[in-house]
Ligand binder design. Structure first.
Ligand SMILES: O=C[C@H](O)COP(=O)(O)O
Length: 277
């Protein structure tokens, strides 16, 4: 069972373990969902994003785009092996279950490999756990059994780490393949405290329910040092070989520039004027 009092100790240990070097930058690139969720996206910008995901330090795990760009993404990514992720019920998490299921079915039909769902966090925080579970389960069903479903908790809006832990347990029980911290659209994105609560939920769901789930840190992950700290938290809590693209992701729009710089590539892989799609 999760003990909230262990958080400072875990952060202290992980901070000592976190090293912002080339190895951790390369590892972060391999688990990165390179994200562009801006209102001014265009086909050309998403094509450039897909090119950028194929970096001189290795491919990212996925790109994450709004639904109208799913087809552009998978066509541009071709046989690179990089997945196309999209978002549903985004960013407020306030749509009815049937509407979210329809949105998900459309994303699947358009060729998305992965769906990032905003859980009805406001309803959850108001005590409506059944309503939240219904939306997650409906999305799981629309995805089918094999598609990767990431459930965004929007942890910056929660009163404490215990509420984050409880929301993560609810998401995992209802079919999440990943629990993800944030949309990037509210003031507070990923934090080490939220990561620890969510990874504790992942660990407990495995031990108590034999359910497998991964973790995605998103929102405000800006540099190699940030990435190294989240990887060190996962290594410390789950073991050094746990975090792979199947279990761990970063969702970030701008971290790639610093990760490449750490790998010695400067801005050479950054198209002019880009860096924050
Ligand atoms: O899912 C990822 C977030 O939308 C990206 O947030 P960011 O722009 O703070 O990196």
């Amino acid at each position: 069972m999760f003990d909230i009092n262990t958080i400072p100790e875990i952060i202290e240990t992980a901070t000592k373990l976190a090293i912002a070097n080339e190895a951790s930058a390369k590892r972060a690139i391999s688990v990165l969902d390179l994200t562009s969720l801006n209102d001014d996206n265009t086909i050309e910008k998403i094509e450039a994003l897909c090119q950028r995901a194929q970096t001189p330090a290795g491919n990212t795990a996925a790109i994450c785009v709004y639904a109208p760009f799913i087809e552009t993404s998978w066509k541009t990514l071709g046989k690179s092996g990089i997945k196309t992720a999209t978002v549903v019920n985004f960013p407020k998490g306030d749509k009815a279950a049937q509407r979210v299921a329809d949105e998900t079915a459309d994303a699947v039909a358009a060729g998305a490999d992965e769906v990032d769902l905003v859980m009805p966090y406001q309803a959850f925080l108001a005590g409506d756990h059944d309503g939240s579970a219904e939306v997650i389960a409906a999305t799981r069903q629309a995805c089918g059994p094999f598609m990767t479903l990431k459930v965004i908790l929007e942890t910056g809006e929660y009163p404490d780490a215990k509420a984050i832990y409880d929301a993560a347990r609810l998401a995992i029980s209802n079919g999440a393949n990943f629990v993800k911290t944030s949309t990037g659209k509210v003031a507070t994105g990923a934090t080490p405290e939220a990561a620890i609560a969510m990874i504790a939920a992942i660990r407990d769901a495995k031990a108590e329910q034999n359910l497998d789930c991964g973790f995605k840190a998103s929102g405000g992950v800006r540099n190699t040092q940030d990435a190294a700290l989240y990887l060190a938290i996962a290594d410390h809590m789950m073991g050094a070989d746990w975090a792979t693209p199947a279990t761990f992701r970063f969702g970030a729009s701008s971290v790639l520039t610093d990760l490449l710089k750490t790998c010695g590539f400067g801005d050479s892989n950054t198209p002019s004027g880009a860096g924050n799609y």
